[in-house]
Design a binder for this molecule. Structure first.
Ligand SMILES: *Cc1c(COP(=O)(O)O)cnc(C)c1O
Length: 355
């Protein structure tokens, strides 16, 4: 097997999907499974479909196009607010899209008109994380304009937290959406069908019985793929957390000093590092680097191994304390956290193996 390789255990992903789907559907909450972290991989999408999930979402129109060519009837939401230059594709390939700019929505209406289609949108509301979304005070005026458009259907409102400014989902910030839904009904006589309440980090409110019952959609990637909620820094109880295992080969194994010798500059990525002398150590160099994966998001399966750092093509480990005897040519394996999964899935140098 050509290393480095990423082993993907589909049965673990299916187990997580079935579990979450059962828990959420009990409370009439739909999952939109977010595929951007796995490049909209078809094997994974088909596995998640088997678990009964019907809605899918991705940030990249190219990913959605690819899936639709293979699975034309799949329901897909574009979850990154679109570029002006991709609006024709949005109308053509997406069942829903998240939106936050009235001018873009108006243009989308024109494109939908040209194609004789109605396009469904979910208006994003910024409840504090300061990524995408209309400010709360602007929601009603914006919606009044949207409701004038013939070829746009306002299907829902949504919000995103926990991604950019790491604001946590809370009872208060999800309540904002529910209040808005009622205001829209009272002032615009319009009933919103969907409240897309958040991502994996919002499941914490659900597990604590704090999620407002009017939230009826969650956009989920990490919980199903990795069984964890990294914004809240928790593993999800009873979920499989090791569906993605990355392995790379040892190309140097030597006992060397821990303190570099010579005058210190910046490393290959512009960082200045501090070093502590803790004597000579057994070091392994792996043939994988920052070009392939965000190494900070890897956890060695052998927990006596310490990741010391890396450069574009090398990763350096301290294996002194390990009870395993490693040899040149052996592979060392790591559990992937989200950004390691995302980058190694995207690296053309990493072989993907489905189990
Ligand atoms: C990535 C993303 C998600 C999914 O987040 P997870 O943490 O993987 O559940 C949901 N919504 C939007 C807008 C996203 O960009």
């Amino acid at each position: 097997m050509k290393s480095p390789y990423l082993e993907i255990d589909l049965s673990k992903i299916i187990n997580n999907a079935i579990k979450l789907q059962e828990m959420l559907s009990d409370k009439q909450i739909n999952i939109t499974f977010i595929t951007k972290g796995v490049l909209a991989n078809l094997d994974i999408i088909k596995a998640v479909q088997k678990a009964g999930i019907k809605y899918f979402g991705d940030s990249r129109i190219d990913n959605i196009k690819k899936v639709k060519l293979n699975l034309p009837n799949i329901n897909y939401t574009l979850i990154r607010i679109p570029r002006l230059s991709e609006l024709d594709d949005v109308v053509e390939y997406c069942d829903y899209s998240l939106q936050s700019e009235l001018d873009i929505i108006k243009e989308l209406d024109k494109r939908a008109q040209e194609k004789n289609k109605i396009h469904n949108i979910i208006l994003m509301v910024d409840v504090g994380d300061l990524r995408e979304g209309v400010l709360v005070a602007d929601v009603l005026p914006t919606i009044k304009e949207i409701l004038k458009l013939d070829n746009i259907k306002l299907s829902g409102i949504g919000t995103n937290v926990g991604c950019y400014r790491s604001i946590m989902p809370s009872v208060e910030n999800t309540q904002i959406l529910v209040d808005l839904k009622h205001k829209i009904k009272d002032e615009c006589y319009y009933e919103i069908e969907m409240i897309s309440g958040g991502s994996t980090c919002t499941t914490r409110l659900f597990f604590n019985n704090q999620l407002n019952p009017e939230i009826n959609f969650l956009r989920i990637g990490e919980a199903i793929l990795l069984g964890e909620d990294s914004t809240n820094d928790i593993k999800i109880n009873g979920f499989e957390d090791d569906a993605f295992i990355l392995s790379a080969e040892i190309v140097e194994l030597k006992n060397k000093p821990s303190l570099p010798i010579g005058q210190k500059g910046k490393d290959a990525f512009g960082n200045e590092n501090e070093y502590i002398d803790y004597g000579a150590i057994d070091r392994a160099i792996l043939a994988i680097g920052r070009q392939d994966v965000i190494i900070e998001a890897l956890e060695p399966l052998d927990d006596q191994i310490k990741i010391l750092g890396g450069s574009s093509d090398h990763m350096i480990l301290d294996v002194t304390k390990s009870s395993t005897t490693y040899n040149l040519g052996d592979c060392i394996s790591f559990r992937c956290c989200y950004s390691a999964m995302l980058t190694s899935m995207a690296s053309p140098y990493v072989t993907k193996i489905f189990k």
